[in-house]
Design a protein around this ligand. Structure first.
Ligand SMILES: Nc1ncnc2c1ncn2[C@@H]1O[C@H](COP(=O)(O)OP(=O)(O)O)[C@@H](O)[C@H]1O
Ligand SMILES: [Mg+2]
Length: 374
């Protein structure tokens, strides 16, 4: 049987570029090479798409980029998006297996191991859809809706899933309307509250605001990352996460708990100090665990996800489960919560990657069938 050809996309222009590189390196180190043939394309922070044919252990550190540039010069074969964008069918060539001689061989599945805006938000998914290539993970709509925390709140509320109360503020309103905004926060939920960019990830731009005097600077900080900002009611509770896998009939993993090393699970606690602890399975009552898993699948379906998502919650002291957010392309190293949850639920990392690729092909076949009927 010939191997399925996979293109792994990594990097990207979001603030989660580094996280994506580490996830991708791990995927490349663990993917089943007896079944899959791999090529890698890195997206630089400037947005260039560079085919990379070097040592995969140089991806996480960022050293890949210089090598990829050298390879590009040697090939004199631009891997840059701009060369292909004029003509939609030739988008295929961008992710094509062998665009040197136009042999017509194409990639079978793209795995966009990309986090954050312009990666996890439907834009790359749209590009892949135009190129008519199956890809791992959620489609354009679910990716875009899942990335925008204000928008996904509407969908989850409609599905009846409890969430923190919130106010949406636009960057352009911060200076003029700060008095109004302060009044609304005090009236709706008070202090402390959380301020976060609607479209971001890895806790960038997120602050806990304890006093009204600190709201302005928190809003300005969040506004560095997005024009749309959320102010949220503070939820006092334990943080738990659940992994979901599948297409139309998704399954939920066991539940894991995060014990952040800082006051909340900020960027430092996630990636820098190495002191945050994850507990799998979470030490919570079985009925609460079931509630989390049920809401995770409900959230996945409500948003129309496919392939994978990690759904994050708070569990209040009373036992009430409150949804925090969904991640349609969660961190994907072999020690990331998503993969550890599946490992604990009986699906080892390499098999998880294989299943995701199979789900991508299944999803593509379903979609193609509906196109053909028209
Ligand atoms: N409403 C809230 N109440 C309490 N803690 C929160 C709230 N919102 C966010 N946090 C804390 O901030 C962290 C990052 O916020 P989150 O909304 O998950 O953003 P990101 O997409 O960047 O991970 C959470 O993991 C949690 O520790
Ligand atoms: Mg989060």
């Amino acid at each position: 049987m010939s191997k399925i050809r996979i293109t792994v996309l990594f990097g990207g222009q979001s603030s989660e570029h580094e996280v994506s590189r580490i996830s991708a390196q791990c995927v490349l180190e663990n993917i089943d090479r007896s079944r899959f043939e791999i090529q890698t394309i890195g997206i630089t922070k400037k947005g260039e798409w560079l085919k990379y044919e070097g040592d995969i252990s140089l991806i996480g550190s960022g050293q890949w980029e210089e090598i990829a540039r050298r390879q590009l010069r040697e090939r004199k074969n631009a891997g840059l998006l701009s060369r292909y964008i004029e003509n939609v069918p030739t988008l295929r060539a961008l992710i094509n297996y062998d665009d040197k001689d136009n042999s017509g061989e194409t990639v079978d599945v793209v795995f966009p191991v990309l986090h954050g805006p312009n990666g996890e938000d439907g834009s790359v998914q749209g590009l892949l859809q135009l190129a008519d290539v199956p890809y791992v993970g959620c489609n354009i709509l679910a990716s875009a809706a899942g990335m925008d925390k204000a928008f996904s709140k509407l969908v989850f509320a409609n599905a009846g899933i409890p969430q923190a109360d919130y106010i949406v503020v636009m960057r352009s309103e911060i200076n003029e309307k700060i008095e109004d905004i302060l009044g609304k926060v005090t009236e709706k939920f008070g202090w402390p509250c959380f301020v976060k960019p609607a479209n971001a990830g890895s806790s960038v731009g997120v602050s806990k605001v304890k006093r009204p005097d600190d709201l302005m600077s928190a809003l300005q900080y969040a506004a560095e990352y997005d024009a749309k900002i959320l102010i949220e009611e503070f939820i006092k509770g334990r943080e738990v996460e659940c992994a979901v896998l599948g297409n139309d009939n998704p399954i939920a993993s066991t539940v894991g708990e995060i014990l952040p090393s800082n006051e909340f699970y900020d960027y430092n606690a996630k990636y820098i100090d190495g002191k945050s602890v994850t507990i799998i399975p979470a030490d919570i009552e079985p009925s609460i665990m079931e509630q989390v898993r049920e809401y995770a699948v409900k959230a996945f379906k409500a948003l129309g996800c496919s392939g994978l998502s990690r759904v994050d919650f708070f569990v209040e002291e009373s036992g009430r489960v409150v949804l925090n957010e969904i991640n349609t392309m969660p961190g994907f190293t072999d020690i990331s919560m998503y993969s550890k949850l599946w490992e604990a639920s009986g699906i080892p990392y390499t098999e998880l990657i294989t299943r995701l690729i199979e789900l991508a092909l299944e999803n593509y076949r379903q979609k193609t069938r509906s196109y053909e009927r028209k």
